[in-house]
Unconditional design. Structure first.
Length: 551
């Protein structure tokens, strides 16, 4: 069992990790100075940049990890391939937490843990050089970012991967590792830009966090009645998003290339196609504005696989503005626009400012497209400086000022399985039981704790109490309902999903005899990125997160 929660304030160094679909980053701060720094030096890369590719390269025959980050990319360009380049593996959690990756050889948790392990080891080496001997790894606390669309199970698997990677230990205090949703982290970064945008008390701003794999959105209201009071943020909409990040542009481009290459594309070595894609990603994708043709340089090694007449006299592939817009960029932009429309409808208000953040959010074409489409509903559009680092820096700000966001909107309905008094005609007879107190009860009732769309204060507790007979151990089951229809009554009704069961162990209670009733209380702590539960059994307290729920 994990130790009881301990505040991050007991650690001297805050480290945030933005584990991204295409790129990952790290920022850190000393708690006493509160100045935020970025890690900009990465293996196998000569420049300085705040992100490193989220790539792994495994040896095919043994599944041994050979390289990560830039090193994995370089290995994938070699003509003679002996391994598998693994990319976009973060999204394995978004689609199905049990999904396996490349040729069903690589599992989600193991692959993510492999990457985080190498990533973390590099961070430790960099911090040792930058901080010197005064600060040691046992003084480090961590904040890990996750997409808003991830389920509780996906978040639990992310924490599990972090433990497996050695970032924290399983017996560490829960508070040593915090999870935060990516749009909330971005909001904390953009909150510091409010003065520049003339945002004041009562104004609303939207975060459009456009990354490699997902686009997450959320709307906040600024609460600062008087200038001398600290600014707070009130969440107006539940964080929402979709799988329509910049990696979908890459998928569309790869599909377009293979269509143009014909049968030769299928025979082309993977490393050759990746070289062509790298040229597109580096030189065309960032500068395409929707109205100009582009020339894609094709390496000589690819020429034997291409149909005659496909390239111009300079061995370049002509990509028209129309096909790039309609087949590569347009479908992704349409998905992003739909997400914004849904978020505006949910908020049902005029938004003062929209902040575009994330690597994809830095796109001038995306900025212009969104501005043209929503200028009647959003007053101002801002792409802040270092937009690609907004999430990782905002995660540090969260640890420095965790009380900035005061309330949130529940993203789903939570409840527990309880034995409530049986109601004839409403409860199924097969669920009827007679308990020791002589009452006929229904054993499958869904007792709602928190409703979807309900406003909750951050860190608020909702208590459920029951009793068990000494000295029996028991367990509690947690269920979730994502729908908008009337909430089902039974835990086995359609739409209800079990997300957790966790043990409640009976402690030794001096003077208590077998068969006596023992009161048990469950305090569900909502408003955080992870759901936490305090279990109190006759004065004995244990704390759980979703990490411990799933068997």
């Amino acid at each position: 069992m994990l130790s009881e929660e301990e505040s991050q304030e007991n650690y001297s160094v805050i480290i945030s990790i933005d584990f991204g679909t295409t790129f990952s980053g790290c920022s850190y701060a000393l708690r006493d100075t509160k100045e935020v720094f970025d890690i900009t030096k990465w293996p196998k890369y000569t420049g300085f940049y705040g992100k490193v590719p989220t790539l792994l390269y495994y040896k095919s025959t043994t599944k041994r990890l050979m390289e990560w980050g830039n090193g994995a990319r370089l290995l994938s360009f070699k003509p003679k391939q002996e391994g598998d380049l693994i990319h976009n593996f973060k999204m394995w959690l978004a689609e199905d937490p049990d999904i396996v990756g490349h040729d069903q050889k690589y599992t989600s948790i193991d692959t993510i843990a492999d990457y985080l392990s190498r990533f973390h080891q590099h961070i430790l080496e960099e911090l040792e050089k930058k901080l010197g001997p005064r600060y040691t790894p046992d003084q480090y606390s961590y904040c890990l970012t996750v997409p808003a669309i991830w389920s509780d199970q996906a978040k639990a698997m992310m924490r599990q991967a972090a433990v497996k990677a050695g970032i924290v230990e399983s017996m560490d205090p829960l508070g040593r590792l915090t999870l935060i949703s990516e749009p909330e982290a971005a909001a904390l970064y953009c909150e510091r830009k409010c003065d520049m945008s003339n945002l004041k008390h009562g104004d609303k701003f939207m975060i459009i966090d456009a990354g490699g794999g997902t686009v997450d959105l959320i709307v906040y209201e600024i609460q600062q009645p008087t200038p001398d009071r600290n600014r707070k943020l009130k969440e107006l909409t539940s964080g929402y998003g979709g799988i329509c990040g910049s990696s979908d542009i890459d998928k569309n481009m790869r599909r377009l290339l293979l269509t143009k290459f014909g049968t030769g594309g299928a025979a082309m070595p993977t490393c050759t196609l990746e070289m062509i894609m790298e040229t597109f990603i580096e030189y065309i994708k960032p500068v395409f504005h929707g109205d100009e043709n582009h020339l894609l340089d094709i390496p000589a090694i690819a020429l034997p696989y291409l149909p005659e007449g496909l390239l111009n006299e300079d061995y370049q592939l002509v990509l028209t503005a129309e096909e790039l817009d309609q087949e590569v960029f347009g479908p992704v932009f349409s998905s992003v626009s739909k997400l914004i429309t849904d978020q505006l409808q949910q908020a049902n208000i005029q938004v003062n400012t929209a902040f575009l953040v994330g690597g994809f959010g830095s796109s001038t074409y995306l900025y212009r497209t969104i501005k043209n489409a929503f200028s009647d509903q959003i007053d101002t559009f801002v792409s802040p400086s270092h937009a690609e680092l907004a999430i990782v820096r905002g995660a540090v700000y969260h640890c420095l000022q965790p009380e900035l966001v005061t309330s949130k909107v529940a993203r789903r309905t939570y409840g527990v399985r309880t034995r409530l008094p049986f109601e004839t005609g409403l409860d199924p007879e097969e669920s009827a039981i007679m308990t020791s107190d002589g009452v006929k009860r229904c054993s499958t009732r869904f007792d709602v704790i928190l409703r979807k769309g309900q406003r909750i204060k951050v860190g608020s507790k909702i208590r459920r109490s029951f009793w068990v007979t000494y000295p029996k151990h028991t367990e509690a089951d947690l269920y979730v309902y994502d729908g908008n229809e009337p909430i089902p009554r039974q835990i086995n009704d359609p739409g209800i999903q079990k997300v957790a069961d966790f043990p409640i162990k009976m402690p030794h209670l001096p003077g208590m005899v077998a068969g006596e009733r023992v009161d048990v209380s469950l305090d569900f702590i909502f408003g955080l990125t992870e759901l936490k539960i305090d279990v109190l059994v006759s004065g004995y307290r244990s704390q759980f997160t979703t990490q411990l729920f799933d068997k």
